[in-house]
Design a protein around this ligand. Structure first.
Ligand code: NAP
Length: 207
């Protein structure tokens, strides 16, 4: 399934040097400049994410609609107590500009996201925003046009006491036969330290 949408589908994530995305349902670093990069890249655009990632957020993300994939028949925002609407609850004027809605599958999420882009001039991309399960499925389904990957100059697992209970989320593998690094949109050097670490961005586009 390749993206045929005129609106590009991007995947965006941050990983450590070993490909770790997060541990125990949370990110394992605080790099504020990378958060700013994430916000600047995604503002005004719909974000597709898994239920675990959604539940790890402090609230809604300003200026962005979260399309939350879940197999549960109903889902309530864990912190706000709001039930997330589904397609049949959609108001006539379309999806809200921010907040969250529920999707039952990746296809369903992309349909909602493209619909949102069709009615919101600010929505220049659909962004797939994690976590590990959703990135893996999106890579396997071959739905993305580009990958925007921040590498954080850390080796998270080397600096923590491992527990067998740990749930470590890993970034998907980037197949060099499918993707190549876009030098114009990739850093050659680390960007300056931002709280926990230096970081750099690599953009991968299809061959
Ligand atoms: N570093 C980064 O850039 C970044 C970005 C995002 C997330 N993360 C990290 O990634 C980790 C979370 O990843 P994760 O793999 O555990 O969870 P996830 O991908 O965020 O969410 C998994 C959940 O999404 C739903 N889901 C997945 N595929 C689905 C499908 N095809 N149809 C319907 N629902 C589907 C299911 O929810 P139900 O169980 O409700 O059915 C599933 O349990 C956390 O550590 C988080 O901090 C890191």
């Amino acid at each position: 399934m390749r993206s045929l949408s005129p609106v590009p589908v991007g995947m965006i994530w941050a990983q450590d040097e070993a490909g770790v995305l997060g541990v125990n349902d949370h990110m394992a670093w605080h790099v504020p400049d990378d958060f700013k990069h994430f916000k600047a890249s995604t503002i005004g655009c719909p974000l597709v994410m898994g239920r675990t990632t959604f539940e790890s957020l402090a609230g809604f993300l300003s200026g962005r609609l979260c399309i939350v994939m879940t197999r549960q028949e109903s889902l309530t925002h864990p912190k706000l107590g709001e039930a997330l609407p589904v397609a049949q609850d959609r108001p006539d004027e379309g999806w809200p500009e921010e907040g969250a809605v529920r999707a039952t599958s990746l296809d369903d999420a992309l349909t909602i996201a493209r619909d949102y882009c069709g009615t919101h001039a600010s929505a220049h991309h659909v962004w797939i925003a994690g976590g590990a399960a959703v990135y893996r499925e999106a890579i396997e389904a071959d739905v993305a046009d580009e990958l925007v990957v921040s590498t954080i100059d850390l080796d998270v697992l080397a600096h923590r006491e491992a527990s067998p209970e740990d749930h470590v989320a890993y970034a998907p593998l980037i197949d060099a036969e499918v993707w190549h690094r876009d030098p114009k949109r990739s850093d050659d050097h680390w960007r300056p330290m931002s709280k926990d670490a230096a970081w750099r961005v690599t953009t991968w586009v299809r061959r």
